[in-house]
Design a protein around this ligand. Structure first.
Ligand code: F55
Length: 827
């Protein structure tokens, strides 16, 4: 039957790759898809018709990619990630199909501006920050490299909140990204998967007389897959991102029929549908919320089932699963997949435990993204046992077997067993998800060289001693398609004119630009690109937020989630310190290059200190911007709702990139890479991937400051007293006193008191210890910026030497060190 269908099906072809071909399809979509005429079409109608037209150009490639992957029976990567911070889709699809010019011309012939329709798209913000954006970069690279990959995740109805400011304080709004239509998704309700929850387990004896355990769940939900295209860059490939949406099962429908309380029954449907309702906005301190665990289990259960039943052939022998799949765990969020696969093999397929464990261990690998102890996920045993009783049993068994092995290797070492147990006893009996991931994974990797080292030495030392070969590093990367080619067309053209277009898929080739750093004419062109990008940013900020950027100022940018360890406060202290010195007459404002201090940052809604810091930035900004004494010299801008779309205009305009986390706290950073690739110089600590950026671009093209990681350790062990730094450094004291005085809060000393006393008496992230070193580095920045030619030279070298930070390279490293899968070459 299927065979027949396949034989009879006509080949799917793309519409004609020409202006006429495009216009014809576009009008067809407008008329027959949207059901409107050109005269009556709204901008949204036009956008939706355009998006659907563009995806038609991708469809044949998509179907062909899926067919080939099926036929080749190649090993696939299943990237399991609770977050994908995709950014807008239209431009990326136009680039992948090389349709941008045709579309621009075709639309123009109808009197429509492409730019207007572009702006109509609401970006899918299904992630918090770096981790979610990394997942999006990785799937882009794998598609471009023709590596078979399915991205699995959650189709949140509401993504990361939209940030607004009210009197400078963050106020969150729901991100209803789906309301105007979702033209990039393909729902498949017919392929829905049932997921069970709750209930209990029971022992029974099977037909062969074997004692077994089985799960008797209490309730279930449906997972409906929504497919998204992940187009490779002009290579004829389109991979799939499959996001799951929760729906009530028939059991709910029955309840409705049988219940006199019809309205109540319908209402209880929403209970199931809550699971994929909203993305949790905490980017570091996981909330031990039941719904969050439901989300995690929901999407991995759907994904594993989908892979086994829909991707693998019907008669597939699961003993060979590791030949066909590697489940890459993006942090611990999907790690419940481990007991889930065990449950399927042992309970459903009736395998022996050891047989199942041998296969399972080969199917997973784990990427850790943090070093902060509070960010390591743990689930209370009581909660996990209530929601997933069988999985808890399985985790216990994994733990027992593992600890028995450890006990054999280290007889009598009780303390070690307690340290290495998946189950923590204090402060509450709970499951340490990172340990489970480490024990089950074939490999464990950190996301930058320093991070991977600290992961071995500080976070999982017992495990790295036990399995030295399990641990590896893969330094993060970013996709050059979105973050250079699309975000910075002017620079892209300059690069392509100089070295040809090969860099877009082979970013190491940017090295070929190195000699041009010494070419005066090229430097001039490079500066023109920067100036153009600043102008573009200025237009956007004016239109988007009513913010006016001064012309010809150095653009100093810090964009990332708001977190104490990232130290936005350090940058505030720098601004306040300059302000203080200028208004007291100590510093001549014309002696330093005019600077715009730009921030972009969302705070987790429950993170008080982070929200205060946002208010502080806004209040300092207002005071500074309104003060005629510093006018022209210092400007602070903080556009609300920093997201991928804003990043794409902001980063290419930057001169200076702020990467100022406390050494040993930022696992990698990926913004740092985007800035360097777009010709900003970095001021940064010896942390995360900054270390590697500095090594590559050269010391002389990077402004290093601050304590090194071992020095941080030392200072903290010795008993760090921030107030000492305050007392001993008059510049620092005056900056802090200025904040404490209420100057930035209309004279009210209480508003920012918590920040001040935190700095003076706690300062977990050693802001005060690094203050002077930071100021000195900023003075070096000012001096360097005055020498325009030398600065431009450094900026060009930053671009030329940052090709290593392509996510394509990162993917090759995963393939080499972890996955051992192969690209699917054309046949
Ligand atoms: C999201 C949810 C939870 Cl519960 C915990 C963390 C996160 C999250 O968003 N983490 C995150 O973004 N981590 C970052 O990952 C990046 C990619 O590896 C790193 O570059 C960055 O250093 C790290 O903080």
């Amino acid at each position: 039957m299927t065979e027949n269908r396949a034989n009879n099906s006509a080949p799917v072809t793309a519409p004609h790759h020409s202006v006429e071909g495009f216009v014809k399809e576009f009008l067809r979509e407008l008329h027959y898809g949207q059901g409107v005429t050109m005269e009556r079409a709204s901008v949204n109608d036009q956008y939706l018709a355009l998006a659907r037209t563009v995806r038609e150009y991708l469809m044949a490639r998509w179907l062909e990619t899926v067919r080939r992957q099926r036929d080749a029976q190649a090993k696939s990567v299943a990237y399991l990630s609770a977050e994908y911070l995709l950014g807008r889709q239209l431009d990326n699809a136009l680039l992948a199909t090389d349709m941008a010019e045709i579309v621009e011309e075709g639309l123009a012939s109808l009197g429509i501006e492409l730019a207007t329709l572009r702006d109509q798209e609401v970006e899918p913000g299904l992630g918090n920050g770096g981790l979610g954006r990394l997942a999006a970069c990785f799937v882009d690279s794998l598609a471009t490299m023709s590596v078979p990959c399915i991205g699995y995740g959650i189709r949140y109805e509401y993504g990361i909140f939209r940030q607004t400011f009210v009197d400078g304080f963050q106020v969150e709004k729901a991100d209803s990204w789906l309301t105007l239509g979702a033209p990039w998704e393909f729902p498949h309700p017919e392929s829905a998967v049932t997921v069970h929850f709750g209930g209990s387990t029971e022992r029974y004896t099977d037909d062969d007389g074997v004692e077994r355990s089985r799960w008797v769940p209490a309730w279930d939900v449906l997972g409906v897959p929504y497919n998204y295209m992940v187009p490779g860059y002009q290579n004829g490939r389109v991979n799939t991102l499959r996001l799951w949406s929760a729906q009530a099962t028939e059991a709910f429908d029955l309840a409705i029929f049988n219940s006199g309380e019809y309205v109540d029954a319908v209402r209880s449907q929403t209970f199931a549908e809550n699971i994929s309702k909203v993305l949790y906005p905490e980017d570091s301190t996981p909330q031990g919320k039941e719904l969050r665990l439901q989300q995690q289990y929901f999407f991995v259960a759907c994904s594993i089932r989908d892979f086994i039943e829909n991707v693998l052939p019907d008669d597939f022998d699961l003993h060979r699963l590791p030949e066909r799949i590697i489940f890459q765990l993006n942090d611990t969020h999907p790690v419940i997949a481990v007991p889930e696969l065990m449950r399927i093999l042992v309970d459903e397929k009736k395998w022996d435990w050891d047989e199942a464990w041998a296969v399972t261990q080969k199917c997973f690998a784990y990427t850790c993204h943090t070093l902060l102890p509070e960010a390591l996920e743990v689930w209370p045993v009581a909660l996990l046992g209530k929601l997933l009783p069988r999985h808890l049993e399985i985790i216990y068994r994994i733990n027992d077997d593992f600890l028995a092995e450890v006990a054999q290797r280290y007889p009598g070492d009780e303390l070690r067993l307690r340290r290495m147990s998946i189950i923590a006893e204090h402060p509450e009996r709970s499951v340490r998800m990172a340990y489970l991931a480490t024990i089950a994974g074939s490999k464990v990797n950190g996301v930058a060289a320093l991070h991977s080292q600290l992961l071995r030495d500080k976070v999982l030392p017992d495990f790295s001693e036990y399995w030295p070969d399990k641990f590896t590093n893969v330094t993060n990367g970013v996709t050059p398609r979105r973050f250079v080619r699309l975000a910075n067309p002017a620079l892209s053209e300059l690069i392509t004119d100089a070295i040809g277009p090969g860099w877009i898929t082979d970013l190491a080739r940017l090295r070929e630009m190195e000699p041009l750093a010494d070419d005066q004419e090229f430097r001039e062109k490079f500066r023109a690109v920067k100036a153009h990008n600043k102008q573009r940013l200025s237009v956007l900020l004016q239109r988007r937020d009513g913010i006016t950027l001064p012309a010809d100022a150095m653009l100093d940018v810090m964009v990332k989630r708001l977190h104490e360890y990232k130290r936005q406060t350090l940058k505030v202290l720098h601004i306040v310190s300059l302000y203080e010195q200028i208004i007291s007459g100590e510093l001549d404002p014309t002696s330093i290059p005019p600077r715009v201090f730009a921030f972009g940052a969302k705070a987790a809604p429950g993170y008080k200190m982070a929200k205060q810091t946002i208010a502080l930035i806004n209040h300092v900004g207002r005071t500074v911007n309104e003060d005629p004494r510093v006018k022209g010299a210092l400007t602070v801008v903080f556009p609300p709702n920093y997201n991928v779309t804003l990043a794409e205009t902001l980063i290419p305009a930057a001169d200076l990139s702020e990467q100022i986390s406390l050494a040993g706290k930022e696992a990698s950073g990926t913004g740092n890479m985007k800035f360097a690739l777009n010709g900003a110089l970095t001021i940064g600590t010896d942390d995360g991937a900054n270390v590697e950026i500095r090594e590559l671009v050269g010391d002389e093209n990077f402004f290093l400051f601050g304590l090194l990681e071992p020095e941080v350790e030392e200072l903290v062990t010795a008993g760090y007293q921030p107030s000492k730094f305050y007392e001993e450094n008059p510049t620092l004291r005056r900056a802090i006193d200025r904040i404490a005085s209420g100057t930035f809060a209309g004279g009210d000393r209480t508003v920012f008191e918590p920040i001040v006393s935190n700095l003076l008496y706690e300062d977990r992230f050693l802001v005060l210890a690094d203050f002077q070193s930071y100021l000195d580095a900023q003075a070096r920045v000012d001096a360097a910026y005055q020498d325009t030619e030398a600065w431009t030279r450094s900026a060009i070298l930053n671009v030329a030497r940052s090709g290593y930070f392509s996510s394509d390279r990162a993917m090759w490293d995963y393939i080499d060190r972890i996955w051992h899968s192969q690209p699917l070459v054309a046949r």
